[in-house]
Design a protein around this ligand. Structure first.
Ligand code: MF3
Ligand code: CO
Length: 253
């Protein structure tokens, strides 16, 4: 049974709580991202936090994935493994992708963190990557089309002379991690499915400093840029409401 695209009041309550916890944990993980810390340190912290909070890591066991986190550093674009040989150093960009599961509901959230001071070009990449998702979120209004969101991600990245990955897409979320509709990071305004009230959408994109042509590692998961250019990723859970989009993974600080 696939879940209705328009969530019930109860679904929304549960998804809101879980998204909010996920945002808090990703933020805490981000605070650990410093020189000489390893991706495995982040993974261990994430697993501990799941225990403490009584939630399950959503990615662990998902299609055979063996970890709670995806930690994609520099030229790694998505689904990179949080291994101990990944030691952070000044100038790195570290994306932390983390999902939770509780009472049958899922969350999915990603932010990219800088390690110390970045090169100006990478600082700009980070800002543009985040802005691409925020611009798409602004279009998540009832009556708008999926393509309105896609177009924002593509045009924000490309007008800054960066490129956007088209093979990995955003999605709705609920009692499954990936629900329909898909939300590509490239597209044209006015195309695709129409947004309705009470949809919960994962709006995400990966932005690359050079080409968005990708290769896959032997590990079966890690995806990186062919030209070794750096890549960043952001993903938020967003609820469509009559008052406009509400970001469920926003930090309450
Ligand atoms: N946030 C990732 C996505 O939406 C989740 C990946 S699940 C994993 O594709 F198992 F691949 F890690
Ligand atoms: Co996702």
């Amino acid at each position: 049974m696939t879940m209705a695209k328009q969530k019930s009041k109860y679904d929304i309550e549960k998804l809101t709580e879980l998204a909010s916890l996920t945002a808090k944990l990703v933020d805490e993980i981000g605070d650990l991202v410093k020189p000489s810390v390893t991706a495995m340190d982040l993974e261990n912290f994430a697993l501990e936090k799941c225990q403490e909070e009584g939630v399950e890591p959503a990615f662990l066991g998902y299609e055979g994935y063996k970890y709670a986190l995806c930690v994609s550093v520099n030229d790694e674009v998505v689904h990179a493994l949080p291994t101990a040989d990944k030691v952070f150093k000044v100038g790195d960009v570290v994306s932390v992708d983390f999902g939770l599961k509780l009472n049958g509901y899922y969350s999915d959230h990603c932010r990219t963190f800088p390690v110390g001071k970045l090169k100006p070009q990478h600082q700009r990449l980070l800002q543009v990557g985040e802005q691409a998702v925020l611009n798409a979120i602004k279009q998540a209004k009832i009556g708008n089309k999926i393509g309105d969101l896609s177009y924002q991600m593509q045009s924000t990245a490309e007008s800054a002379d960066f490129s956007v990955v088209s093979t990995y897409v955003g999605h709705a979320i609920g009692k499954k991690l990936h629900e329909s509709p898909e939300i590509p990071a490239i597209g044209k305004p006015g195309t695709g499915e129409t947004l309705q009230e009470n949809m919960v959408l994962c709006i995400e994109c990966q932005v690359c400093e050079n080409s968005a042509q990708l290769i896959h590692d032997q590990d079966g998961w890690t995806t990186r840029t062919v030209d070794k250019g750096y890549s960043v990723m952001f993903e938020h859970m967003v609820l469509t409401t009559p008052n406009g989009p509400r970001i469920l993974t926003k930090l309450k600080k």
